[in-house]
Design a protein around this ligand. Structure first.
Ligand SMILES: [Zn+2]
Length: 408
């Protein structure tokens, strides 16, 4: 096995160290899931093995294989995830009043950024001898896990809140997974997935607690660092939506690592964007009163009790960034804006950062002469019914030329 670059799993609360070859989700020194673990590496071994040119040519996230917590000599479970373009967005920039770039991670194999984590997770599960994987999800992680389980030849059993968008429940079933729609909230589905992990010994993909999963999300940070270096400019800000908080935490960790290795000469400030109706991380960061009641159309970030609040807030404060909230109406505006200005079709959570940047510019958080990288995490086709709320519907006309002439 050539995973000797992984030296330990360490507790983010008390620093306890665990053997990385034994799958463990949390530290035994704390109640419940409080003691989140982090993968620790021997950086010299990684740098010894990493010889790729950082030239902007990124066929998939496995370009960065030596940085990932798996046996780097074995074939990964992959569908070609990562390597998404960092697009100029001149028309969107005009509309937002600030220069923006867009990284469209909705174009990953199952339609969301989570494919980065699923690929690493399934590779790890497969190498560790598991034959069944599970997770709880508001939808995207379920579809992503199911797709990669199919690819890796593992069974997949997923727990979703029954209220998740229909399209998101269909996708994992097409990938052959058992989809268990829990009559309850995401948080209840989540607790149930943890309980069955204990009882049956399945591999749990929940990115918030599985220390190996968040490591896959670092690759979006690696790519942004590499793409920034090739462009010769690091954006002043990177904007992400926040649900559980582990995407922004993973992205920051990856970008910072590449900065510390000297691959890029600056780091961005992180802008975390939440819906007004699901703002627990925002509220924790700004130390204001919070509720675990959630109400937002952005289902992918509709999380009442985020499991990675600590890691997300650390990413915001370490980078000198901040968190903002946006109303659902602003998210719908953001979807239309992203689509109509640049031809990018994002789901609500994927467009929330557009709304967040607009808000941050209006509030003076982002200065007009700064640059912003917007990361869109999921694609709009996943939830057509939700997206329809951002449209006025088709214009009905008679089948005659004069009907068209009346319009144009
Ligand atoms: Zn601990």
């Amino acid at each position: 096995m050539t995973n000797d670059h992984v030296t330990a799993l360490t507790c983010t609360l008390c620093g306890a160290r665990y053997d990385p070859t034994e799958l463990r989700y949390t530290c035994e020194n704390h109640e419940g899931v409080a003691g989140i673990l982090e993968v620790e590496y021997d950086e010299r071994v990684i740098l010894d093995r990493f010889s790729a040119d950082l030239d902007g040519d990124i066929p998939s996230q496995w370009k960065y294989a030596p940085f990932l917590p798996v046996d780097t000599e074995c074939d990964p479970v992959t569908l070609g995830e990562g390597g998404t373009d960092l697009l100029d967005a001149p028309q969107l920039s005009v509309q937002l009043g600030v220069s923006v770039l867009v990284k469209d991670d909705g174009r990953n194999p199952t339609g969301c950024l989570k494919d980065r984590a699923s690929s690493v997770g399934l590779t790890h599960a497969s190498q560790s001898g598991y034959d069944t994987v599970t997770c709880a999800s508001t939808g995207n992680a379920a579809a992503s896990l199911a797709g990669y389980a199919a690819r890796g030849g593992l069974d997949c059993r997923i727990f979703v809140p029954a209220g998740a968008p229909e399209g998101k429940l269909v996708q994992p079933q097409i990938y052959g997974a058992d989809v268990l729609a829990v009559d309850g909230t995401y948080d209840e589905a989540y607790d149930l997935s943890l309980a069955v992990t204990d009882v049956y010994g399945w591999y749990n993909r929940n990115a918030a607690i599985n220390p190996f999963l968040i490591e896959g999300k670092r690759t979006v940070g690696f790519e942004l660092a590499e793409q920034s270096a090739v462009r010769g400019q690091v954006p002043d800000w990177l904007a992400f939506s926040m649900g559980d908080g582990c995407t922004i935490a993973g992205a920051w960790k990856g970008f910072r690592e590449f900065f510390e290795f000297g691959f890029v000469d600056d780091v961005p400030k992180m802008l975390g964007v939440q819906a007004e109706g699901a703002a627990a991380i925002h509220d924790a960061f700004h130390e204001c009163e919070s509720t675990d009641e959630v109400e937002t159309l952005a289902d992918s970030i509709s999380v009442g009790c985020p499991r990675n609040t600590v890691k997300a807030c650390r990413a915001l404060s370490d980078s000198g960034g901040t968190a903002v909230t946006v109303a659902d109406s602003e998210i719908l505006d953001g979807m239309r804006l992203l689509g109509a200005t640049e031809g990018l079709y994002a789901e609500p959570a994927g467009a929330a950062p557009v709304a967040g940047v607009k808000r941050a510019v209006e509030d003076g958080i982002i200065a007009p002469d700064e640059t912003v990288g917007i990361v869109s995490t999921g694609m709009g086709l996943k939830d057509t019914a939700g997206a329809a709320q951002a449209t006025d519907g088709a214009t009905e006309i008679a089948p005659s030329l004069s009907a068209v002439e009346a319009l144009y």
